[in-house]
Design a binder for this molecule. Structure first.
Ligand code: UD1
Length: 369
């Protein structure tokens, strides 16, 4: 019997920890053959290769090598390259994850070729259409055949948009599978000790959203606020390439470099970053995934955004949305609250198994080409 060929689209840093648990689970199945297709949206060694290594992923089966550009350039580049691949070697199904430009581009290219598309981490909404990710989410979900959601709010969002219930399957949070897969290695890595940081006494900061870093006055105010916070507790700050470029463009880098209690780091691999996060006193971020990872670990998280597409991290977890001018107060609040580790439904390390079961059922119920 021919195996069902499934493309797993891996493109940018936040995709890799979602693809990895699913890849490992699908590899163990006799009925299908997972193929990793890397679009090349992220290409630096520490934004891509380090994650493949940490997450025990093999080299991608196909690499589209698209790289950076404006939104239209990048999206169009991935569409053209992925359409070409699908025409030459059509898969039986395409799994896209998350909300990056490649998620949207591969969905569009595949659906126009009438290939089944499954979206993992479907249904999240920030209701802020100035975020490129929100546009990617809405369009991807409207086209995908099967929508794998992480939480009840995601199901409700999809229902409100008129998506038929039969297309929606709640599977839980795949990022927890990645963490549990590597928990012992993460604990053994002990990056804080190697950096002479005392567990529970430092903060971790990640900032890369265009709304926070692309305008000099906004980024300047964030840097000023972080310098103040660093007087209260030392900060470790891995710098995303976009943020590094803006700090240099705006002449702000020296304000971080010259602070005695700020440690600037390159972007970290998955294991090192999670090791740093696990022992942090608090995290200041504008990332999506880190809002979830901190909740899972019980680490207080201050998110420098007005909205979140992951409301469960606020209502049930450790996440607080905050503004730059309130950061100092929020830091004090976060440090004084008693710490608890929230328990959230289906954040259990078994999401990949639920996805595999759903995918198998999908192909059992539909004739393969
Ligand atoms: C993308 C995702 C965002 C995700 C983030 C995580 C979209 C719309 N955005 O944003 O949702 O949170 O990834 O990192 O898809 N660059 C490098 N090396 C790399 C990658 C990027 O130097 O390996 C630089 C380039 O100058 C590039 C810029 O970073 O232009 C931005 O990269 P891009 O992939 O366009 O968006 P991100 O900001 O990383």
């Amino acid at each position: 019997m021919n195996k069902i060929v499934i493309h797993l689209i891996a493109a940018a840093r936040p995709n890799f920890m979602k693809v990895a648990p699913l890849y490992h689970s699908l590899r163990a199945e006799v009925w299908c053959r997972p193929m990793i297709v890397h679009t090349g949206q992220h290409y630096d060694a520490n934004m891509s290769d380090a994650f493949f290594r940490d997450l025990r992923l093999p080299a991608p089966d196909r690499h589209l090598g698209v790289g950076s550009g404006t939104h239209a350039e990048q999206t169009a580049g991935v569409m053209v390259a992925y359409e070409r691949l699908c025409m030459a070697e059509p898969p039986d199904g395409v799994v896209v994850v998350g909300d990056v430009n490649s998620t949207l581009a591969c969905t569009l290219a595949a659906k126009k070729l009438c290939l089944p598309v499954m979206h993992l981490e479907a249904g999240l909404r920030s209701f802020d259409r100035t975020m490129p990710e929100e546009i990617n989410r809405v369009v991807t979900d409207s086209l995908a055949d099967l929508l794998w959601t992480p939480s009840p709010d995601a199901d409700e969002n999809l229902a409100r948009e008129g998506i038929a219930p039969a297309r929606i399957v709640r599977v839980g949070n795949i990022m927890i599978d990645a963490f549990e897969m590597l928990r012992s290695q993460i604990a053994a890595t002990d990056l804080p000790s190697r950096m002479a940081l005392i567990p529970g006494t430092y903060g971790v900061v990640t900032i890369h959203r265009p709304s926070n870093v692309d305008a000099a006055p906004v980024l300047g105010r964030i840097i000023e606020a972080l310098r103040d916070v660093a007087l209260r507790l030392p900060l470790a700050i891995p710098i995303h390439p976009r943020t590094r470029a803006r700090l240099l463009d705006f002449g702000l880098m020296s304000q971080l470099e010259n602070h005695p209690d700020i440690r600037l780091l390159p972007p970290l691999g998955y294991v090192d970053f999670m090791s740093l996060l696990m022992s942090a006193a608090l995290v200041i971020t504008d990332s999506g995934g880190i809002q979830e990872e901190t909740t899972y670990l019980g680490v207080p998280c201050l998110t420098l955004r007005d909205t979140t597409e992951r409301p469960v991290t606020v209502t049930e977890g450790t996440n607080h949305l905050t503004k730059i001018e309130r950061l100092g107060l929020e830091v004090e609040g976060a440090l004084s609250r008693a710490r608890t580790v929230p328990k959230i439904a289906q954040w259990d390390g078994n999401t990949a198994a639920r996805v595999v079961a759903s995918l198998k059922k999908f192909f059992e119920e539909r004739p393969v080409r």
